[in-house]
Design a protein around this ligand. Structure first.
Ligand SMILES: Nc1nc2c(ncn2[C@@H]2O[C@H](COP(=O)(O)OP(=O)(O)OP(=O)(O)O)[C@@H](O)[C@H]2O)c(=O)[nH]1
Ligand SMILES: [Mg+2]
Length: 469
């Protein structure tokens, strides 16, 4: 093992940790405005640019969107005042190089938000403060008020992020009121608890819980984004930028196989295809021979770009563009493609075996059709076999085999652990737990189309015929 932290030499020549954050939350909570403010405060965008956005926004009767227009670049987004597609930018804090992926909050563009979540190591869920100020709101009431403030953290937990910051934005709209802020924190903590977010070290270690932190601020009015504000002198915690600065750079093992997930493609005039991708494991370098799956196209990396600069290495969670020596066709690519180091690529599986735990209030039936989320994508599958089930009285994790021909254990009851076999409708790339495991390819969430039924890890698989040949 040779564990390192993902770092890069910054513009100032200082070695800084690299982190990536998806900006999530309900529509209009101020996600794009937050991104605009962060880029302005860190010098990536000038006041002149904001002023010119303001003029244009004013002509559309949307003056308050001047900061959001930094991220919302296309005509439709600007005219409607909503984010449609994700937008990625980079800025630096004192100790970190930060990639932000601004996601849409509108439910019509949920797919794009999920695409954004799948690319990052951290989440910033932006709440609009006035939504949750009433004392004792239930999770259902919060969902009714701002569905994606609840749905996004639920979805995000499938993506192995290391922490979420809950940004309580628009603190000006609740008159900077401490009591109201405390109600928001109390209310929303319930949403987090229900979805396996916890700051309890034991829960983090044993249940894979994701830690969280609340930060009050106002992106539009520049309150507690970079500097502590007198308006909320009752608040003694971090500013939004200091909370971001203290997120840990992702650890990686530089001996692990290099694997990246495709996020998009571009074809600049007169040039070859450029694939944009997020690194899941290992280190990519120019000259490396790679294989694209599921097409099995082999090709060599010519150069790697990040934020329009050429870089010599791409490491965990980096969002980069690859250009290639040789010809890569659009047919070689699907939206689920993985780019991996040749001879060390994870395999396509025809079926896979998982150890899962069924969620409270649900059961998982034999032969049922389910949707399986692996953090790189989603696939339809059938629960082909229930191999063993945890004894109701047994210790956690001990399972008893189903007896041949026995009818009654045809489903896994709520809260029970089981070993099951899933058969996807198409070969799917997985990485079972164990040596060289790629975490994002080893965890599954099983969904019935609406609800999460179970979550767990992949422990084994049967390789697809295309891998065996
Ligand atoms: N009062 C107040 N308004 C804010 C604040 N931050 C953002 N807004 C306003 O909220 C509105 C929506 O802002 P956006 O940044 O576009 O919101 P969004 O979350 O990116 O929206 P989608 O991407 O469409 O989901 C704009 O009118 C902003 O000016 C704030 O701190 N205070
Ligand atoms: Mg937006």
């Amino acid at each position: 093992m040779n564990v390192k932290y993902n770092t890069r030499i910054s513009k100032s020549g200082k070695e800084k940790g690299c982190i990536s954050i998806a900006i999530l939350g309900h529509v209009d909570s101020g996600k794009s405005t937050t991104c605009g403010r962060l880029l302005l405060l860190t010098g990536e965008v000038t006041m002149q640019e904001i002023n010119s956005h303001e003029k244009y926004a004013e002509s559309l009767n949307k003056k308050s969107f001047k900061l959001a227009f930094v991220m919302d670049k296309n005509k439709e987004e600007r005219e409607r005042g909503v984010t449609i597609s994700t937008e990625t930018r980079e800025f630096e804090t004192e100790n970190k190089i930060v990639t932000i992926v601004d996601c849409p909050g509108h439910r019509l563009f949920q797919k794009n938000a999920i695409h954004g979540m799948s690319q990052v190591g951290y989440g910033l869920v932006v709440l609009s403060a006035s939504d949750f100020i009433q004392a004792g709101m239930t999770v259902d009431e919060m969902f009714d008020k701002a569905p994606n403030a609840v749905t996004h953290v639920k979805l995000l937990r499938n993506f192995q992020v290391k922490k979420v910051i809950i940004g309580v934005n628009k603190i000006d709209e609740i008159g900077f009121d401490e009591v109201k802020y405390n109600n928001i924190v109390r209310n929303y903590t319930e949403v987090l608890k229900q979805n396996n977010y916890s700051n309890d070290i034991e829960h983090i270690k044993t249940r894979g819980a994701i830690p969280y932190e609340f930060i009050p601020y106002s992106a539009f009015n520049d309150i507690n984004v970079e500097t502590p504000a007198s308006e909320i002198s009752w608040y003694k915690g971090k500013t939004l930028l200091s909370a971001i600065d203290t997120l840990e750079a992702r650890a990686y093992n530089d001996e692990d196989p290099a694997v990246a997930k495709l996020t998009g493609l571009a074809q600049p005039a007169g040039k070859g295809l450029i694939l944009t991708a997020t690194i899941l494991s290992g280190v990519f370098r120019p000259g490396m021979k790679v294989i694209v799956k599921p097409s099995f196209k082999e090709i060599e990396i010519k150069s790697i770009e990040s934020d329009r600069k050429t870089i010599s290495e791409a490491k965990i969670n980096d969002a980069v563009g690859f250009s290639f020596k040789g010809k890569l066709e659009k047919e070689d690519i699907t939206k689920d493609s993985l780019i991996s180091e040749l001879n060390r690529a994870p395999k396509l599986a025809d079926s896979f075996i998982c150890k899962i735990k069924v969620e409270a209030g649900f059961q998982l039936s034999h032969k049922s059709d389910v949707q399986v989320y692996i953090s790189t994508g989603r696939v339809s599958a059938v629960v082909e076999e229930i191999i063993s089930i945890q004894d109701a009285k047994g210790a956690m994790g001990t399972t008893i085999p189903i007896k041949e021909g026995k009818k009654e254990k045809r489903y896994v009851p709520a809260r029970r652990i089981a070993i099951i076999k899933l058969k996807p409708t198409k070969p799917t790339i997985v990485s079972p737990q164990g040596d060289n495991c790629i975490e994002q390819l080893s965890r599954v969430t099983i969904n019935d189309g609406i609800n999460t039924l179970a979550m767990g890890v992949i422990i084994d698989y049967t390789a697809a015929i295309s891998e065996v040949e």
